[in-house]
Design a protein around this ligand. Structure first.
Ligand code: ZN
Length: 239
């Protein structure tokens, strides 16, 4: 049993590394997804702004058509003005011409304002389109970066899993069962180093009896947090 406690130390380090590699393997695709969602949000923004350009153009076209209709109507009224049969009819036609002229003046202002807004909105489309392109390039860059490191990480994971299996096979039967149960539940948190007589996971002082057992390379669990304990390398050196 001389390797029991040092075996736990090694297992703890291997599990910590293994968890780090798994985290990295998960973090890569998560980064890619985050970038994908930024790029797709930008695409939605481009579409929304383009829709706004279309709506403004439509509003401008409608007013332009109304303006032309009114102009035709005014021209028509002007010709009627010359053939008015009475002063009263003349005044009525004149009144209609004035009203339509005022309406057209309002329409012209509105059309000019809409042209401005169309231009602003089109500029915004160009701007967001640029941002979307940048976001997509960034997404592609991150995706290829993640894809590039993935095989190495998988290889590292495999090596660590092999090393963990190898190291676990050294554990005695009774310890192995307890260890497996704890590792399944807590991962690397199943084990804790004892430094200066205290469990480094929960900071509770390990009883003198346990300290003696630990120094004899026996495996004990922390009374407080239940983790499998091992002595720090300093205490253990010279074995
Ligand atoms: Zn503890």
């Amino acid at each position: 049993m001389t390797t029991a406690a040092s075996g736990l130390r090694e297992l703890h380090q291997l599990h910590v590394e293994h968890t780090r590699v798994l985290d990295e393997l998960e973090a890569g695709p998560r980064r890619v997804r985050a970038h994908e969602s930024v790029a797709s949000r930008k695409l939605q923004e481009v579409d929304a702004e383009q829709q706004s350009v279309n709506n403004l153009k439509k509003a401008s076209d409608e007013r332009t058509l109304q303006l032309k209709t009114n102009e035709t109507k005014i021209a028509d009224l002007r010709s009627k003005l010359n053939t008015a049969s009475s002063n009263r009819e003349f005044d009525i036609i004149k009144g209609q011409i004035d009203a339509d002229t005022v309406a057209n003046s309002v329409l012209e202002d509105e059309i000019l304002e809409l042209y401005d807004r169309v231009e602003g909105s089109q500029n915004r489309v160009t701007e967001i389109e640029g941002e979307r392109e940048t976001a997509q390039q960034e997404q592609e860059r991150v995706a290829s970066e993640v894809a590039a490191v993935e095989p190495g990480l998988n290889e590292e994971r495999q090596k660590l899993e092999d090393a963990i299996s190898q190291s676990e096979s050294q554990l005695s039967q009774d310890v192995a069962e307890h260890y497996q149960r704890l590792v399944r539940a807590h991962g690397p948190g199943a084990m804790a180093e004892v430094v200066d007589g205290s469990c480094t996971a929960c900071s509770i002082r390990v009883s003198p009896q346990f300290q003696v057992e630990l120094s004899r390379e026996q495996i004990v669990s922390c009374n407080n947090c239940g983790r499998l304990l091992y002595l720090d390398a300093g205490d253990d050196s010279g074995d």
